[in-house]
Design a protein around this ligand. Sequence first.
Ligand code: GAL
Length: 731
Amino acid sequence: MEDYTAFKWFLICMVFFSGVQFIQCSVTYDRKALIINGQRRILFSGSIHYPRSTPQMWKGLIQKAKDGGLDVIDTYVFWNLHEPYPGNYNFQGQYDLVHFIKLIHEAGLYVHLRIGPYVCAEWNFGGFPVWLKYIPGISFRTDNEPFKAQMQRFTEKIVQMMKNEMLFESQGGPIIISQIENEYGAESKAFGQAGQAYMTWAAKLALGMGTGVPWVMCKEDDAPDPVINTCNNFYCDYFSPNKPNKPTMWTEAWSGWYTEFGGPIHRRPVEDLAFAVARFIQKGGSFVNYYMYHGGTNFGRTSGGPFTTTSYDYDAPIDEYGLIRQPKYGHLNELHKAIKLCEPALISADPTITTWGKYAKAYVFASKSGHCAAFLSNYNLDSYATVTFNEMHYHLPPWSISILPDCKNVIFNTAKVGIEATRVNMSPSNVKLVSWETFNENMPSSDGETKITVGGLLDQLNVTRDYSDYLWYMTSVDISPSESFLHGGKYLTLTVKSAGHGLHVFINGHLSGSIFGNAKNTRFTFQGQVNMHAGKNSISLLSIAVGLPYNGPHFEKWNTGILGPVVLNGLDQGKKDLSSQRWSYQIGLKGESMNIMSQTENSQVYWREATEQKQQPLTWYKAGFNTPIGGEPLALDMSSMGKGQIWINGQNIGRYYTIFAKGNCTSCSYSGTYRPHKCEFGCDQPTQQWYHVPRSWLNPTQNQLVVFEETGGDPFKISLLKRSIVSGRTD
Ligand code: GAL
């Protein structure tokens, strides 16, 4: 047991810093906590990813985080946004990382900068630019020179940018810690020696940059000193760092879970989240980051998956639209206040543990200087525990922890929620979408002007390099007039084997069928009857990517698109394998190449007035609208549509997909170990119905909505809604 004295930190950290200069580290650590300017700190942090909201929302989100009792905001750095082409950087607007960090600083909060640059995050390609995959000889996240060179270049660029802006705490800025890599432990093991060598190299790279603040590696038990290995999970009280002189840190306390198209919404009861946090703190944990505190939106084509939804709401304390979610936000705020009252005892003493029977325990932190804080826990799933502690009786609810900052009075219990619940109200905006126009995406043909014609089937990503979700695969077959299927009785079927993620089959320009994989299984085989006539028949296959994979060993090697075989069955000869014949390819849609979604008039685009809805596949729609008055966040209700993408004033809102959620929505108890399938909501409803339209993307009048619909839907039923929060439960 030790009492902490402010002098102990009197440690001069000799690091080379922007040239040859010695600086004094103002953030260090010991076994109890991070030490900022001489003080051990119990810190609450929350993940808010800057590109998942708009710069106009940042200040408000940061303020809400502060008011919710956070000390730190954590963000990943998204390489593929910042370097869309090699050496071509973008740090503007929504990608203005420096501005985001400065706003956090202005609010008086700290930053945890998770550079990665691999980030996972349900983000397209785990944050890697797709061009990276095509560097000769590259292999991601392992001991591979081309990869390491690129990772080093980008990581150093980010660190230098932060240094130039004086953003590290050692320079007077807000960044108190940084992360290199992300959950590398499993890969490190899978890759054996190469994994270990890469991980050690990554740690060295990080330490060599002389930021003057500690580095962490999450879920990497072998993180070399002085890098701190940290925990990510629903609970982390089982976790201890790999050296006794490192603090116990939880870099991802999952506040809810992400959603996949076709799946239900996951919620995590706040009673359980608070219980998990209190369990971690009573075990000696000193840093908790909620992943996510504000999840936000996967705008454009930033969501990974495949099939991660455009909404990244995450059931976080601040909802997708930036509104406070109660009781989650308020109950956690109360928890933070209670734990902060215990801070003097927590940072200066180790707990003594008393056990009552099988389920009840007390963790008591009593310091030499007289501070005392106690955590009384009951792990029983359904019964109260009555315990006597310091000659007082305490009645502990099931699956809960009571917090006593003076070792006497319970000021907080994780299972007793005193905050009123709220629910979401989506009300009509009373703004009409007017002047509907439509444009049919021209079906390319194998004879037309296409970019590439080769023998055989190509991997989709290799052709598109992800500049579009769409790739046309086109070929033709000659049918002899003597084929017996033409004379009745028999029919032709087409079989198309695809590595994903979706497929529309057109025969002679007519939609013959569609098929989609899902998040669990992106691969599928299309099998369907097809109509062909004597002579030449065109086969046009539109292959659709729905977000690239973002995790798993060598996720970059996963294939996408139609790899075959493609086989015609039912001919007199039996089967005809079309896989290795000549195929033509067109990257993207005609509308995309004409930039049809932008507001600048393009004379090539023949918009026609849209009068009635015709369930036409591959159709663009356009409408105008004025901005609804008021300040409420806005959303489009897309439930009348099938699948596609939405743009407003040229900005990509994201992918939409009206697919009904399968799941088990029968019950949700806060007590018992949480897993996402335990509390599912929204079964048999569209997984995502509403799509966030940031107000800052709108003009007061004459906004332009453009929708690309792949299969068919009723655009006249699309409506603009206002989101607000009203009292009452959501479930
Ligand atoms: C973690 C990962 C995060 C995110 C999370 C799930 O394993 O580090 O980036 O993917 O899972 O939301």
